[in-house]
Write a protein that binds this ligand. Sequence first.
Ligand SMILES: [Zn+2]
Length: 116
Amino acid sequence: MTDIISTVSTAVTLALRLKDISKNIENAEFKNILADLSLELSEVKLKLADLLSENAELKEKIHTITSATGTLCPSCNNRTYKLISSEPDPVFGDLGANSRLYKCSSCNFSETVMSQ
Ligand SMILES: [Zn+2]
């Protein structure tokens, strides 16, 4: 990624040098194209910043999923399936049965399971 950043920075620097040089050139088409090039480079720089930010978020997400130590999710198969709450079952609570809510932080699958 740093290679891309330095490449774009070099391109911006080259465009700025061309702009300086163009002060001695009286060619309108040249100046217009140079202005367009500068705009395009600015756009590339902004989009690159967005991509770098998205990439960092995705890396963080992958790390969270691959380093999770919870139970295997029956829906997405990641170890991000965890017990959220446990309370007496509304029907069989008097007999000692609990109603447990499990939820997956990766795919949002959730299920309530009765346990004893
Ligand atoms: Zn899941």
